[in-house]
Design a protein around this ligand. Structure first.
Ligand code: NAD
Length: 465
């Protein structure tokens, strides 16, 4: 008989755990979901009107389910004890560089291991344990071993891999209409796989739910992020050629994307990818390849990361060339600080690298982001050793541009494209420069208003001479 799932516990109330359980709770009203975390402040925020993360549609969803079949708690053990299914959605940051003897940062599994020990001590026999966190191949084996070593003799836990593919900014939509749900398991875990499949089948079409081997499921997540990152680095590499030869990356990408073998998605040149996943997962893959002795493969993926760093660095050089070598005291408006639109997440945001470099060169920055709080911007820049003395955080885009010599768009929020740019130009010091790191502005229209422009993937007379 298939295991019945009436109570689900998700350990980790972050960008994955919160939205995932909110969507599952809405789709499975007869199942109880407990999202737990050792960070009591984060749990308090989930139980308040001001959720700890921003995602379009999430506030309404949580508002509807919370207190019904969706609960947030800091009592991890109590929730694990009664769960039929335990999702592990804790963070898996990279470890200390050099800690692995290879001179690289090994994947950090401390939280996953800690959760496995808690589950071993507390969960009821027969509970299904699901890796949702992104992990390297064979982490499922490690979890199973911890469960065996620390659990009761009659534990018989089943371990599955169910990697999460949501994208921040569209998390609720992605969870409601996923391209695919992957459920990996070892031979003998078919019943557990089927029980999890049945849960998803309530709202995900059957053909989109795929079962496979455990190591394939773990690797499919890492490989997906590596392929996405590679695509961004590929189009960014072409954008550098565009700037040099006088082509336009928007036109080139269009010309390439119309080929059905290539496709249009993820062909937008930018200042580089950021966020909590792509770089971390690529580094994890590079580490895995090195540890397997696959040096050429490791070098191949490592180059995707290097290309990304080079893209952001080239962007900064172009800004400096356009503004002149002496930036001390130069007033620069920065629109956007989140690593992408639709989220307030600033982990590994390229905007911080750009801002950090300009602050080090003495520029005075006025930063505005619609979803990132002031303290988060300050903390992030200070942690990156940027001097915060020249930093002002503003409450609107117009406040940020007032008196500035240059305005930089560093996150592609739609509201920046829709700005009244004539008003912005009137508010700025002249001659005014507009720098577009995401190709969301209309350069020609800006030039007619009197702006000089610098955009990713198109030659600029003041930045590329
Ligand atoms: N953020 C994304 O877009 C995304 C998408 C897909 C997959 N992932 C992966 O999912 C995992 C979680 O990512 P996230 O962005 O939600 O991370 P996050 O940092 O937002 O949340 C993780 C939470 O786990 C909690 N935690 C850590 N150790 C714990 C423990 N022992 N007991 C209880 N709680 C503990 C932390 O306090 C934190 O609140 C990572 O492996 C990530 O790579 C993330």
């Amino acid at each position: 008989m298939l295991p019945r799932i009436q109570q689900v516990c998700c350990i980790g109330a972050g960008y994955v755990g919160g939205p995932t359980c909110a969507v599952m709770a809405a789709q499975c009203p007869d199942v109880q979901f407990a999202v737990v975390d050792t960070d009591a402040a984060r749990i308090a925020a989930w139980n308040s009107a001001a959720l700890p993360i921003y995602e379009p549609g999430l506030e309404e969803l949580v508002g509807r389910q919370r207190g019904r079949n969706l609960h947030f708690s800091a009592d991890v053990e109590a929730a694990v004890r009664t769960a039929d299914l335990v999702l592990l959605a804790v963070n898996t940051p990279l470890g200390q560089p050099g800690a692995d003897g290879l001179g690289m940062a090994p994947p950090g599994l401390r939280s996953v291991e800690a959760c496995a020990r808690t589950v071993a001590r507390t969960a009821k026999p027969g509970a299904i344990i699901v890796e949702k966190s992104t992990v390297l191949c064979h982490t499922g084996e490690l979890i199973a071993r911890i469960l065996q070593d620390h659990g009761p003799p009659d534990g018989r836990f089943q371990v599955l891999s169910n990697p999460e593919f949501l994208s921040e900014g569209t998390a609720v939509r992605d969870l409601l209409r996923p391209d695919r749900v992957i459920i990996g398991g070892q031979p003998g875990s078919e019943d557990a796989q089927e029980a999890l499949r049945a849960l998803y089948a309530r709202w995900v079409p059957a053909e989109r739910i795929v079962t496979m081997g455990m190591w394939s499921a773990e690797l499919a997540k890492l490989a997906s992020n590596a392929l996405l990152a590679q695509r961004v680095s590929s189009i960014n590499a072409v954008s550098a050629v565009c700037e040099a030869v006088g082509a336009d990356i928007a036109e080139v990408a269009r010309g390439c994307g119309m080929d059905s073998r290539i496709g249009r998605d993820f062909l937008r040149a930018s200042i580089g990818f950021g966020g909590p996943c792509l770089s971390k997962d690529l580094m994890g893959l590079v580490w895995l390849c090195e540890s397997l002795g696959l040096h050429d493969v490791a070098t191949y993926w490592d180059q995707v990361l290097r290309m990304n760093d080079a893209q952001t660095a080239r962007f900064v050089r172009r800004i400096v060339r356009a503004l002149g070598p002496d930036l001390s005291g130069a007033s620069v408006a920065v629109l956007g600080f989140a690593y992408k639109a639709g989220t307030g997440d600033t982990r590994n945001t390229p905007a911080a690298l750009v801002c950090g470099e300009l602050l080090k060169l003495g520029a005075c920055l006025a930063v505005y982001d619609p979803k990132v709080p002031e303290q988060q911007i300050r903390d992030y820049l200070v942690a990156g050793r940027a001097p915060a003395t020249g930093l002002r955080v503003c409450a609107s885009a117009y406040e940020a541009v007032a008196g500035a010599r240059a305005v930089l768009v560093l996150t592609p929020w739609p509201e920046f494209a829709a700005l009244d740019w004539a008003r912005a130009h009137r508010l700025m010091a002249h001659p005014a420069l507009a720098v577009d790191g995401h190709r969301i502005l209309d350069d020609r229209a800006l030039e007619l208003l009197g702006f000089s422009t610098v955009s990713v993937g198109v030659r600029s007379s003041i930045a590329d001479s």
